[in-house]
Design a protein around this ligand. Structure first.
Ligand code: GLC
Ligand code: GLC
Length: 650
């Protein structure tokens, strides 16, 4: 940072601070458990210089900086010393095997507790199903106390310490975490840290006019500041309200609300907020949460005159939390939820920031390729952007609870002869079924008449054509839709990183339009792809010939093949050019093995020249792990509609 203090100054002051604070912390914490205290001190020393630099940049110009710093260290010590023994053992295990999540055995699933199983107890009863599927990572969507009625699917948190009473208790959550851990499944929950609900105690106290709590948020007496900020802000939820601020008649003030009006953005310019949320974060870790999904990371720092997204300080806040987690709960991993331009997505990923990240570019381009039947943008983008920071992993997915936004790089599109703006309009028309001949049945989300922008809602199966095929067409189209569903899942299972299944997709769940009758949901089309699990439907996965069985059976086989082949470990992946614009291809090479993957993104037969297969597969004869059949290459390789092969040399 230009004009900041020199590295020597920071080094020296970090040391002085430690020398002053440690004796005081020792007096408070050092006696109850001297061994744990020693561990704390060792980790603190290892991370402190980095941490000090970050916090100094964020808060160093405040007169009370050292007070806040001491508070932060006090919180970390207290939470480490109260960390349960089994989790400290997990810390040690993870520290000695940092690459554990690079294993090809990793498989993620995500669901809402209430919609999937009623409550936490119900979820425990579903453990056999999760194990059958092969999950090693389970993301439970927001399950904390939230306002009744509208609450953005729980992303408006009223207390990070209380599970929504309809779902269970904090004690049940810890028990579940322990039980999952015993089964080799890491519990993931959201850290919704950009905002709280308007019913959180901090927000209530701000509403009551307590200045300390007004400072927890961005609260303005008139439109001067909101107008000035809005000159450069993007509207995230334009259907909810114009602009990014909400008028509170009870307070006579404007509050910053990037998302819904009941989601109040926290003010990380205030170190008291940083410390308070640190305590919430470490408490979740101590409840047994192994991965925190950092929600809406792009928005956590504001700066006048910018779009207030992806600012350098946003990264510093996350890095500071990461450093504090290394001290108090080293087993904890962060997953970044940055659904933004791919250049910006990459900046959140490092072992010092987020070890895991959603891969929204791959997700969007899988759908893009299904719509166009062409892989040029996918091939080009993955060749350029799939490589990930060392020690980190992508979380690859085809659907989650959110909408699909077309977050590809316009410059890449231009290089390939496409216009980004027009292409997005085409994709929106295609996936809402408005484009002639589209197979898709999706809905627009957050259409913005001012910009012409929109995103897409819909379940994977409905977007891939299964809904239209079943209701309006016939067996041939059903076959193709199933082919599309399996094809895109085959990519997330083989390309490198942790595959994440949006539970329900494994049995081809269709859109559910009933949300339109619920006033708390009707205006948010994302509910169309958030139905309650129909367990009778899931049970049909074992009925030969059923749609559910045809999807689940094949997916389950692919999962088993993935787990059995170390070549699928890690993220090293080489995109190849199969010499056919409808075929996406890449090579995976973990350990000793090598797998050549080829995927036909069209509903017509496609050929890949034999010499290309040989040159990339390094053999003349192969086994296809997908079909279990052998393959001798005389002629070109012929791929059936939507067929994919995972070839290993004989
Ligand atoms: C994240 C969530 C999304 C929510 C938003 C606001 O993007 O995935 O569902 O609406 O944050 O919390
Ligand atoms: C925006 C945000 C993303 C969030 C989404 C919810 O795209 O960037 O964080 O998931 O809105 O719709």
């Amino acid at each position: 940072m230009a004009g900041g203090p020199s590295p020597q100054w920071l080094q020296q002051h970090a040391q002085l601070t430690l020398d002053r604070v440690l004796p005081r912390l020792h007096a408070t914490f050092g006696h109850a458990d001297p061994d744990a205290w020693q561990v704390y001190v060792t980790r603190l020393r290892a991370n402190f210089h980095h941490l000090f630099g970050l916090l100094h940049h964020l808060y160093g110009d405040r007169y009370d900086f050292f007070y806040h710093l001491e508070q932060i260290l006090e919180t970390t010590a207290r939470l480490y010393l109260s960390r349960p023994a089994d989790l400290r053992a997990l810390d040690a295990a993870r520290e000695s095997d940092e690459a554990w999540f690079q294993s090809q055995r990793m498989l993620g699933g995500v669901c809402y507790v209430d919609l999937f199983a009623g409550n936490l107890q119900g979820l425990r009863d579903k453990l056999p199903y999760l194990k059958e599927l092969g999950l090693t990572y389970l993301h439970l969507m927001p399950l904390f106390k939230a306002p009744d009625g509208e609450n953005d699917g729980g992303y408006a948190v009223s207390s990070y310490r209380e599970v929504d009473p309809k779902l269970g208790t904090m004690a049940e959550l810890s028990d579940l975490a322990a039980e999952l851990r015993q089964e080799g499944i890491s519990l993931t929950v959201d850290f919704v840290f950009n905002h709280t609900s308007n019913e959180h105690e901090w927000a209530r106290r701000a509403q009551a006019g307590e200045p300390d709590y007004e400072d927890y948020y961005y609260v303005f007496g008139d439109r001067t500041m909101p107008d000035a900020y809005e000159r450069t802000l993007r509207e995230i939820f334009p259907e909810a309200r114009a602009g990014s601020f909400t008028w509170r008649p009870d307070m006579g003030k404007w509050v910053w609300t990037t998302f819904y009006s009941f989601q109040w953005d926290l003010n990380y310019g205030n170190p008291a907020v940083f410390r308070a949320m640190l305590e919430e974060m470490l408490s979740l870790a101590n409840a047994g949460v192994e991965v925190l999904r950092l929600d809406a990371v792009a928005f956590i720092w504001k700066q006048m005159g910018t779009n207030c997204e992806n600012l350098p300080e946003a990264h510093m806040i996350i890095q500071a939390y990461n450093a504090l987690a290394r001290i108090a709960a080293p087993a904890l991993l962060f997953k970044s939820e940055a659904i933004v331009h791919p250049d910006e997505v990459a900046r959140y990923i490092s072992t010092q920031e987020c070890q895991l990240s959603y891969n929204p570019l791959l997700m969007a381009l899988l759908w893009e390729s299904l719509a166009t039947r062409e892989v040029k943008l996918l091939q080009h983008s993955m060749a350029e952007r799939f490589r990930i920071a060392p020690g980190c992993a992508w979380v690859n997915y085809v659907r989650v609870h959110d909408d699909i936004g077309w977050t590809f790089d316009d410059a890449a599109a231009t290089r390939l002869g496409m216009n980004g703006y027009d292409h997005r309009r085409f994709l929106n028309a295609f996936y809402t079924g408005r484009f002639p001949g589209s197979f898709s049945r999706g809905l627009p989300f957050m259409e913005n008449p001012r910009t012409g922008d929109a995103r897409i809602s819909g379940t994977g199966a409905s977007l891939a054509g299964l809904e239209k095929a079943l209701r309006e067409e016939g067996p041939e189209q059903v076959e193709l839709a199933i082919g599309r569903i399996l094809l895109i899942h085959s990519v997330i299972l083989s390309i490198g990183g942790i595959p994440l299944i949006y539970l329900g997709d494994e049995v081809g769940t269709l859109n559910d339009y009933a949300y339109r009758d619920d006033p708390a949901k009707a205006s948010d089309s994302r509910w169309v792809h958030r139905p309650a699990t129909d367990w009778a439907h899931v049970a049909r996965r074992h009925e030969p010939g059923s749609i559910e069985q045809r999807i689940y059976g094949q997916l389950h086989r692919l999962i088993e093949v993935r787990k059995a082949h170390p070549s699928f470990a890690g993220s090293a992946m080489q995109v190849i050019d199969p010499g056919n614009g409808h075929v996406f291809g890449y090579v995976r090479q973990g350990g000793e093995g090598r797998v050549l993957v080829l995927c036909n993104f069209s509903e017509h037969e496609q050929r890949v020249p034999a010499n290309i297969v040989r040159a990339n597969g390094l053999s003349y004869t192969f086994d296809d792990l997908v079909s279990g059949e052998g393959l001798a290459l005389g002629d070109d390789l012929v791929l059936a509609p939507y067929q994919f092969v995972w070839l290993v040399a004989r």
